[in-house]
Design a protein around this ligand. Structure first.
Ligand code: SF4
Length: 210
């Protein structure tokens, strides 16, 4: 028996009238059906306000095509997808310098590094836009320290799970010594996914060498 959640879609009409559609993703027909249809279905076991319980007919197991995508996401390394050019900034640089670099290179964030280019934090556009940030502040005062980082050979599958769980759009790639060698972004992952789905994309605009 399977328990299938009932999804609800609230629709507000131009006259202010509100209606709610209740839907279930039906494993038998392979698409979403109205929850009302379940009440007439021979496979229904029980229905509540939030879920349908049913025993759909057993279908012979066949290879899930999503497995192929999963395997490719495990075999693909993040360094192969990340931009070949990165821009880092030293922690003793100013907010003004960071702002200039972000704008010049059309970036959302910069890895903050020490003299050996080892990661010490990350500074984002949001950090710089905070009202309390003074233009002459140094980055170590406003950056996000102890950020997530990945080894450059990390599998794409792990990277996207980490980013989704941590709600971050960019993750620095580092060597075993912590030296920054790249930045993997959510856009890199999206481009990979689009290409796996058969779309041919134009080359992205990359940061220009400093
Ligand atoms: S009760 Fe029937 S229609 Fe509803 S989800 Fe289960 S198999 Fe599909």
């Amino acid at each position: 028996m399977q328990t299938l959640p009932i999804r609800r879609c609230t629709l507000v009409a131009g006259d202010g009238a509100t209606s709610v559609a209740r839907m279930v993703s039906c494993p038998t027909v392979g698409h979403t059906v109205a929850a009302e249809a379940c009440e007439l279905c021979q496979h229904l076991e029980a229905v509540s306000t939030t879920a349908v319980q049913c025993t759909p007919p057993v279908v012979p197991p066949e290879r899930d095509p999503r497995e192929d995508l999963r395997e490719r996401a495990i075999r693909t390394q993040v360094a192969d997808l990340a931009a070949p050019e990165i821009v880092c900034i030293r922690g003793d640089a100013s907010v003004a310098d960071a702002t200039r670099l972000l704008v010049e290179h059309d970036l959302r964030c910069l890895p903050v590094v020490d003299a050996e280019r080892k990661l010490v934090g990350i500074v984002s556009r949001a950090d710089l836009l905070r009202e309390s940030v003074h233009e002459r502040a140094v980055l170590t005062e406003i950056m996000t320290p102890r950020v997530h980082a990945l080894p450059e050979d990390a599998p794409l599958a792990y990277a996207v799970a980490l980013m989704a769980e941590s709600r971050v759009h960019e993750v620095p790639l580092v060597t075993n010594d912590g030296v920054v060698v790249g930045v993997f972004t959510a856009l890199d992952a999206l481009r990979w996914m689009a290409e796996q789905l058969g779309y041919r994309l134009t080359e992205p605009a990359r940061p220009t060498p400093v």
